[in-house]
Design a protein around this ligand. Structure first.
Ligand SMILES: Cc1cc2nc3c(=O)[nH]c(=O)nc-3n(C[C@H](O)[C@H](O)[C@H](O)COP(=O)(O)O)c2cc1C
Length: 336
């Protein structure tokens, strides 16, 4: 098993979100690592763009030979290669890829073996608990037998999609029974969640997905919380700078589609803020990056004092939540 960094807080792979622009924003806010969106092996072999800035490139597919060739293509620009055996989306599973492989461990084994045989750099595999029932021990045994260097686990079955709540005890259970480097994924929304995963459940890394959307400061905040027990609350200026940077990077990488792509971040960047609903509607209709920047400035300078709702409520009945309520929030007041 090759050496994988420990204590890592990373941006999880998210199709449609963890693109070049959002990866850069999250790194700026302290993400130790960023995963690329899942990339089809076939797409890369047909000459598709390799994500060059992404320390961890995620591949998906079902053909062992294609995956091995694609892995070779991406490894020089990656810290390691990640294979997706976790995606429960029907379109992906129908082709025998993503979480479908958790119901076909023979194929999963062959794929992993082929990929390992060509790679100099580490190979990690992102999994769920199983297809319909929990067979995670069997899956991990197969992966370890094939020399996989790291497992990223989202402990729900594919059938569960996102329902229910992740049972974190499974991480500790696996760490006790298997000599495996394990990164946790699933329901990580607060710095308290991050700390608990490291300190109580003993994982080697934590992936944040939905919790980082419109909330990239969660990375810095989590680190500060683990070190000093307090969270980081960005000021309005910092939030505006971040949003502007995100938009400009999208514009430079995606061109005229930038404003449309950014729409899925609007609710995250404005959540918990007064008058958000009215502004969100305007932002959703705005077709230009410059127009969005203007709207965000106007909105945030007037209404952003509640912006830190989630940072202050870091989970686990965190006491600063009370502070937020008593701090009051007058229109026009700035959060410092
Ligand atoms: C919109 C969206 C896209 C996702 N795309 C991917 C993907 O491309 N590859 C992958 O392995 N997981 C993907 N995931 C799963 C996440 O990486 C993560 O495991 C899951 O969302 C649970 O973490 P969370 O509760 O922090 O969101 C995606 C999740 C979401 C919400």
């Amino acid at each position: 098993m090759r050496k994988i960094p420990e204590g890592v807080i990373a941006l999880a792979p998210m199709a449609g979100y963890s693109d070049f622009a959002f990866r850069a924003v999250c790194r700026l806010w302290g993400a130790d690592l960023v995963y690329s969106e899942m990339t089809a092996a076939k797409f890369l072999l047909a000459g598709g763009d390799i994500p060059k800035d992404s320390p961890v490139v995620q591949l998906f597919g079902s053909d062992p030979q294609e995956l091995a060739e694609a892995a070779r293509l991406v490894e020089s620009s990656a810290m390691w290669v990640n294979f997706n055996a976790a995606c429960p989306v029907r379109k992906v599973m129908k082709k025998g890829a993503g979480a479908a492989l958790l119901g076909d461990l023979r194929r999963l084994r062959i794929i992993v073996r082929r990929m390992k045989s060509v790679l100099q750099k580490p190979l990690s595999v992102k999994i769920r608990l199983g297809l319909e029932k929990n067979v995670v021990e069997k899956i991990i045994s197969v992966l370890l037998e094939e020399g996989v260097d790291l497992v990223e686990l989202h402990p729900r079955t594919a059938r569960q999609l996102y329902s229910g709540k992740v049972d974190r005890k499974v991480f500790a259970y696996i760490k006790e029974r298997f000599p495996v480097a394990l990164y946790a994924s699933g329901d990580v929304f607060t710095p308290h969640d991050v700390r608990e995963l490291f300190e109580v459940y003993g994982v080697d890394g934590v992936l944040i997905a939905r919790g980082a959307v419109g909330f990239p400061w969660i990375f810095r905040s989590s680190k500060l919380y683990m070190k000093e027990g307090r969270v980081y609350s960005p000021g309005v200026d910092e939030m505006l700078e971040t949003i502007e940077l995100h938009l400009r990077l999208l514009k430079s990488s995606k061109g005229p589609r930038a404003a449309a792509i950014f729409r899925k971040f609007i609710s995250g960047y404005t959540r918990g803020m007064r008058n958000a609903r009215k502004y969100r509607l305007m932002m959703m209709r705005e077709g230009s990056v410059e127009g969005l920047i203007k709207l965000f400035r106007e909105f945030m300078l007037a209404h952003a004092c509640r912006a830190q709702y989630r940072e202050l409520y870091v989970g686990g009945g965190y006491e600063d939540g009370k502070e937020n309520k008593s701090a009051g929030c007058k229109t026009g007041a700035r959060w410092t």
